[in-house]
Each structure stands twice: as C-alpha cells, then as structure tokens.
Design a protein around this ligand. Structure first.
Ligand SMILES: *Cc1c(COP(=O)(O)O)cnc(C)c1O
Length: 405
C-alpha cells in the first residue's frame, strides 16, 4: 500500500532511517556524552534484541508473567445501543499492572540485563511509567531510580507507594515547577553521569533515537496479536482502528499491525477543556514543528517557542508533543488525528463501565469516546479500539470531580 509516496509494504523496515528519522521528524538532539550512550543502546538493540535467545525469553515472559496474549472483547451491548456498527476492544487493561506500558518496560529491562547494566533510570509524571518500570526492575533484580517532581509526588501518593513497595528509589525533584519536565531533565542528567552502569528507560515513543523505534517495536505485540485475533474472530479486518495518543506508545503498537492494511486509523488526542492554548494537549492538532526532549516532532509552543503548558483530565496524555512517528504519519495522511475533550471522555468512562462491565483508564476513555462518535457516523462496519489500561487508578478523582453519572 502506498500513502504520500511511502510504500507501506516495507515501512516498518525502512522507518526510522539509521539516524532515527521518520521523514524530517525524530533524530537525537542531545549532548555528545548522551549521544555516545544512545549509540551504545542502539547497537545493543540491533544485536541483542534481534537474537533468537532474547526474542524467545521475551515471549516466555509475556506469556508467563504478563498474561499475554490479552484478549479482544466484542462490546455487544454498547454496539447494540448505537446501531449497526460492531465495536471491539483490545484488552491491554488485562496486561499485568493494568496497562500497556509494561510491554516496553519488560523489553527495556531485559535489554538492560543482557547489556550487563545494574540499574534502570527513568522519570515519571503521574507515576504509571514509574510503576511499570519498577515492576520490571523487581522481576529482573535491577536497581531502579525514578525521578519525580515534588508536586507529582504529593498528587500521586498511591503510585509512589507502589514504586516503593516494588523496591524502587523515588527521587524527589525540586527544581522549577517540580513536575514532569523537571523530572525528565533530572533523569537525563543522572543518566549522563551513570551510563556505564545504568540504562535510561523512556515511557513512550518519544525522546532521542533509538527510543521511539525501540518502544514501538516492543509495543508492536499489541497490533500483531490484535490483527490475528480480529481475523480469527470475525474473518475480516476491522474497518477502523482507534487509540488514544499521549506520547503515542499504545497507539504506535496497535497501529503498526494495521499500517499496510485497508483500515482507517485514528489517533485521538486530549482536547481537555477546549481549543485554547493551555486548555488541551492536542499537539498534532494545534502544534507546529519543533525540538524538545531530544527529538524533532510537532509540539505545542508558548510565545517564546518553549513547550507550552498543557492540560487534560488524563494525566497520562498531558504531554506537549507526540512521538516523531506520529508527526510523520500525520503529515503523510496515513493516520487521521482528532481530539476528544474531558466531558465526552467522562461520559465514555461511565458508558463502558455500565454497559460492558469494563472500567477503562481515563486515557483509554478518550479512544472509547471517539469510537462511539465514529460508530454513530458510520452506517455499518466494525471498529477496534485499543483499551490501553484499566480505570481503577482514576475512580477516586472522577467521583470527587464529576460525581456518579
Ligand atoms: C501512559 C498511558 C497512556 C499514554 O501513553 P501513550 O504512550 O500515548 O500510549 C495511555 N493509556 C494509559 C492507560 C496509560 O497509562
């Protein structure tokens, strides 16, 4: 299949190029020291992760520890209330720790073990990535340093407790606004000093090369499983595939299975309170080209060209940019990006819970809300949604701020 001059038969092999570019997006805009460290990871990735020993060990872990393959569920009652469109969900909420993030954390930590590293380092905002990485570190017997802004530590007490129970060191960052951006800077700084013994583990398809590629490849298990399962359940491919996009890892994992198929693909960003800068985090909708956190992509900027403040009810989606591959697929027109606001998201959270007995993560509820909207516009056909995680973590916040609907 050809799209915007790109041949999708060979897409996953040809993108990114050897410098980590997807068209003009991606790359590695970092200090010489970090560049050398990234090069070491890239080389290790291409030798170790492509070896049959690594692949079979990761497969065994996915099966026996993570609980993969996760199923696809047909949403009979939800579909029935809308009309003639059949809606299905890929159940990443049933992956161990309750979301897709463990897919790439287990891959990254297994790579760390093969490279002989003793420690994994990362930042976390809401704490979801920190918990997934702390889980992987405990499994492999690696030390784990998680950098977290002081403000986030106060807000995310349960996840801080989880990380500590799992044996991770949660390191409080007190610079600047004391949230995710400062935590990223602190984690990178620590890594540049410790990279002989440690490896940095990013939380999405973002950051300098090779992370967007590595995380996509580890997450591609979602799309590969889903395509096979959907075909065997229905005998056909879905007409549309939908996933929410923060940094974009669950979406890239899901999409990578369907890029070369005659399937409409939708990436859904958070529109928060509305289209005013500062009220949303829909970077691909409203942003422009720029470099942050070591990569070139489409981002939301303030008047000085710095990353703009962003907002979403979903703390896993409030990032002022998206992975470089999403920027590329956006420009090519292969994936259609749209945005869903807080209100529709909260409605979808309750709708899925009430009609199907599945409490979705507030992030995933954005994709569910879009699928409901899309199903109302389509006269027939099928939609497959990536249900990236479960919503237990969001229940208290939603009841406190929105009540029971
Ligand atoms: C972190 C998170 C996301 C957003 O991350 P992506 O890299 O965009 O996938 C989405 N859903 C859940 C449940 C998350 O925890």
């Amino acid at each position: 299949m050809n799209f915007g001059g790109v041949d999708f038969d060979t897409y996953l092999k040809n993108y990114p190029d050897s410098e980590g570019y997807y068209g003009k997006y991606g790359g590695a805009y970092i200090s010489k020291e970090l560049y050398d460290a990234m090069k070491e990871i890239t080389e290790a990735y291409f030798t170790i992760c492509k070896s049959s020993k690594f692949i079979s060990e990761l497969r065994k872990i996915r099966r026996e520890f993570q609980g993969r393959p996760t199923p696809i569920s047909y949403l009979e009652r939800l579909s029935g209330t809308i009309g003639n469109v059949q809606i299905y969900v890929k159940r990443e909420d049933l992956n161990h720790t309750g979301a897709h993030k463990l897919n790439h954390c287990m891959g990254e930590a297994l790579l760390a073990k093969y490279m002989g590293k003793k420690k994994v380092i990362a930042e976390t905002g809401a704490g979801q990535h920190g918990v997934a990485l702390a889980t992987a570190a405990a499994y492999f017997g690696l030390e784990c340093d998680i950098y977290m802004g002081a403000v986030d530590i106060k807000k995310q007490a349960p996840n801080v407790a989880r990380m500590k129970i799992l044996g991770a060191n949660v390191i409080e960052v007190t610079e600047g606004l004391q949230t995710l951006k400062e935590a990223v800077d602190a984690a990178f700084l620590a890594y540049s000093k410790e990279y002989k013994d440690a490896i940095y583990c990013i939380g999405s398809v973002v950051g300098p090369h090779p992370f967007p590629m590595m995380v996509r490849d580890f997450q591609s298990v979602v799309g590969i499983e889903a395509r096979e399962q959907f075909l065997s359940m229905t005998g056909e491919l879905p007409d549309a595939v939908v996933a929410c996009v923060g940094g974009g890892s669950n979406a890239m994992g899901m999409f990578s299975g369907f890029l070369n198929d005659p399937v409409d693909i939708y990436g859904i960003e958070p529109l928060g309170r509305g289209a005013t800068l500062g009220d949303h985090a829909a970077s691909l909708q409203y942003g422009s080209e720029g470099i942050m956190h070591g990569f070139n992509s489409i981002m939301l900027k303030d008047e000085n060209g710095d990353p703009a403040p962003v907002y979403s009810v979903a703390s896993g989606l409030d990032y002022p940019s998206s992975g470089p591959e999403h920027a590329f697929l956006h420009d090519l027109g292969r994936v259609k990006y749209d945005a869903i606001g807080d209100e529709e998201t909260i409605d979808a959270f309750f709708t899925l819970s009430r009609l199907e007995g599945i409490i979705p993560a507030i992030e995933s509820s954005h994709a569910v809300a879009y699928a409901i909207k899309l199903a109302k516009e389509m006269s027939h056909g099928s939609i497959l949604v990536c249900l990236s995680g479960r919503g237990d973590k969001d229940m208290d916040y939603i009841i406190e701020n929105y009540g029971i609907r």
